[in-house]
Design a protein around this ligand. Structure first.
Ligand SMILES: O=C(O)CC1=NCN=C1
Ligand SMILES: [Zn+2]
Length: 420
């Protein structure tokens, strides 16, 4: 057989474990690393994984020399607010003055200022802006990601955002999943009647399912936003309409959103900075993935981070994501989040790699098709300019990706310009 591409001379090949459930407990702490390896692709799929020596005897159209460096599956970012209008740099001064996130929101800023910009932006503008972000996301080694709505807070604009994601799915090489985050905040026009607004968002669910505009739903369960009871009713209505729930839980105040996620069978519970011991134990006993967002904690200038160690050591499955959004975490760089996971969440390199590949894939229902390289799987592959798999969390703030491959095709390669 003649292969399409062989990537050879791989110093360390990172091979997260293929599993039909998210990794937890001891599995979360283990990571297979193969040395002096090679991988062969054909028709966009992984065809063979073996040794560099064996690869020398194989026929291929293209041969890529990994120069003894590191190769991994394409990364998965399971939590982004990709589609939005405008920006919120003006709020930095408020944050520097110590004005809390929820206070900025209460004053009509934060999410609500992005809502105004998103309502005013055309679908074309949002599409072009999101596509630029996707290029940057891909350059950091991400080949699969989630994208939420939530900056419309009315039927017209929520559908506009979801249509943008649907168009991006069809027109870009990355794999996207879509999440309807209608109950993201209470719009000014519904301030007097949040319940009516929640009902309006619930009433959208059949249409969203019918038009295949989202696979998941999400709700911001937080003080001054949506209560546990409101979140529960929205999540139950989601499931009744064939949509799988997620939840922004225990981000700032410990309302018990973590426990609610596990009780309702949510696919993921996200943020969890204020998760209780009971909530962490519930995670360990469930298949709900804890999606941790240390970039947001950092960006909001908080000292207290999610208790990743407590979750992992209890046996919960943990994933990592950027939470890319215009106000509380303005970065597409999942590698930076890997560093914060080491420095602030005290996660090991093995746990971090599992959290940005196989577990991140399970958090968006892609556990059997992304985040793992094995014969028959999509050839989503990244070559990293690092000496070993521990290096990315250690050296932060830069882009270590050399080459990003999506379904067997190179979609990004570090510039060839070399004037030094
Ligand atoms: O502030 C934002 O735009 C995104 C966010 N939603 C809930 N927490 C952060
Ligand atoms: Zn978020």
């Amino acid at each position: 057989m003649t292969y399409d591409t062989i990537i050879e001379n791989i110093g360390q090949f990172i091979l997260p474990k293929a599993a039909d459930h998210p990794l937890k407990g001891e599995d979360m702490k283990r990571l297979e690393i193969r040395e002096n390896a090679a991988i062969a692709t054909k028709n966009g799929k992984v065809e063979w994984i073996g040794t560099h020596v064996d690869a020398q005897r194989m026929e291929t159209e293209n041969r890529v020399d990994a120069e003894g460096k590191v190769v991994s599956p394409g990364l998965v970012d399971p939590h982004t607010h990709l589609v939005f209008g405008g920006s919120r740099e003006e709020e930095l001064a408020l944050k520097q003055a110590g004005v809390p996130y929820l206070e900025i929101l209460k004053r009509g800023g934060g999410i609500l200022s992005t809502v105004k910009a998103t309502r005013e932006a055309s679908e074309e503008t949002l599409f072009a802006k999101s596509k630029q972000s996707l290029k940057r996301i891909a350059s950091y080694g991400v080949t699969t990601l989630e994208a939420k709505s939530g900056y419309g807070l009315n039927r017209e604009t929520e559908l506009k955002q979801l249509r943008v994601v649907k168009r991006l799915k069809k027109t870009t090489v990355l794999d996207l999943v879509s999440t309807f985050l209608g109950p993201h905040a209470i719009p000014p026009e519904s301030k007097e009647d949040p319940e009516a607004f929640l009902q309006e968002m619930i009433a959208m669910l059949p249409h969203i399912k019918e038009e295949e505009l989202a696979e998941f739903t999400d709700v911001f369960c937080e003080t001054g936003v949506f209560t546990i009871d409101q979140a529960k009713r929205f999540m139950e209505a989601s499931m009744a309409n064939g949509l799988t729930p997620k939840i922004h839980a225990d981000e700032i105040d410990p309302l018990g959103g973590t426990e609610l996620a596990c009780q309702t069978g949510a696919i993921s519970a996200d943020h969890l900075v204020a998760a209780s011991d009971e909530g962490m134990t519930a995670l360990a006993l469930s298949d709900t993935v804890a999606v941790l967002l240390p970039g947001t904690t950092f960006y909001l200038g908080k000292d207290h981070y999610a208790n990743a160690r407590g979750m992992i050591d209890r046996g919960a499955s943990v994933a990592l994501a950027t939470d890319f959004n215009p106000g509380s975490c303005v970065t597409e760089n999942l590698q930076l989040v890997m560093s914060l996971a080491a420095l602030k969440l005290k996660m090991t390199p093995e746990e971090i790699w599992n959290a940005v590949t196989v577990n991140a894939a399970h958090a968006i229902g892609k556990g059997t098709s992304a985040g793992v390289l094995a014969p028959g799987r999509k050839a989503d592959i990244v070559v990293w300019d690092v000496p070993n798999y521990k290096y990315i969390p250690y050296h932060y703030g830069v882009n270590h990706a050399m080459l990003v491959m999506k379904a067997g095709e190179v979609i990004w390669k570090r510039g060839d310009a070399d004037v030094f």
